[in-house]
Ligand binder design. Structure first.
Ligand code: TMP
Length: 206
């Protein structure tokens, strides 16, 4: 049986990477095979693209370059890791996927939604997550968790930028209620994990 494709989304500092890791540990304890991965990133080619994307020296990068690089990273990741893993019957937990492109490059960088849809469909080989957890958190709290001196190119964007990202995630989640599960990111890490597990087990067969 094909594995399940589970994604995590949210603004900077929302705690989604911690939650993705906790969920993968849960799977491992349950003796279920799982691949924990992230975007941008995954296989070596995609990780190289990640470092270009997040490098603070690349401040001249224009929005079109940005969306194409995120998509280039995604197509390699999807073809090399995600699809083969799902086909082998393993579950894939991915820290961010194409909803981040819709929120960051679409809503915040204002790239036309139709263009974003075409590029993301192409780059994802039409793979769709089975379930997506949006860890929702007010921007102020998220940004306060980021260390200013180590902040990357995207994390250094304005509060207004991150507010647009948060609003866009919520809008996408309301539009796609079937796939999305919105989790209150202001709770303790343990409570967030419990909420995620409860919803996961209720919604999909693992
Ligand atoms: P991370 O900090 O969650 O590892 O993600 C890296 C950054 O890349 C984060 O600021 C969100 C951003 N991003 C996009 O702008 N578009 C995308 O498609 C993805 C996957 C991430």
């Amino acid at each position: 049986m094909r594995g399940k494709f589970i994604t995590f989304e949210g603004i900077e500092g929302c705690g989604k990477s911690t939650q993705a890791r906790l969920l993968s540990e849960y799977f491992k304890n349950e003796k279920k095979k799982v691949l924990l991965t992230r975007e941008p990133g995954g296989p070596p080619i995609s990780e190289k693209i990640r470092s270009i994307l997040l490098d603070n020296e690349n401040s001249e990068m224009v929005a079109r370059t940005e969306v194409l690089l995120y998509s280039a990273s995604r197509s390699q990741h999807t073809a090399e890791w995600i699809i083969p893993t799902l086909e082998r019957g393993l579950h894939v937990i991915c820290d961010r996927y194409y909803d981040s492109t819709r929120a960051y490059q679409g809503a915040a960088r204002k790239i036309d939604r139709k263009i974003i849809d075409i590029i993301t469909t192409f780059a994802s080989f039409e793979q769709k997550p089975d379930i997506t957890f949006l860890i929702d958190l007010p921007v102020k709290i998220g940004l306060s968790r980021i260390m200013k001196h180590t902040a990357d190119r995207l994390e250094r964007e304005s509060t207004e930028f991150h507010q647009k990202v948060r609003d866009a995630f919520l809008e996408i989640a309301y539009r796609e209620k079937q796939r999305f599960c919105i989790i209150d990111g202001a709770q303790s890490k343990e409570k967030i994990h419990d909420d995620i597990l409860e919803n996961l087990l209720k919604r999909i067969e693992i």
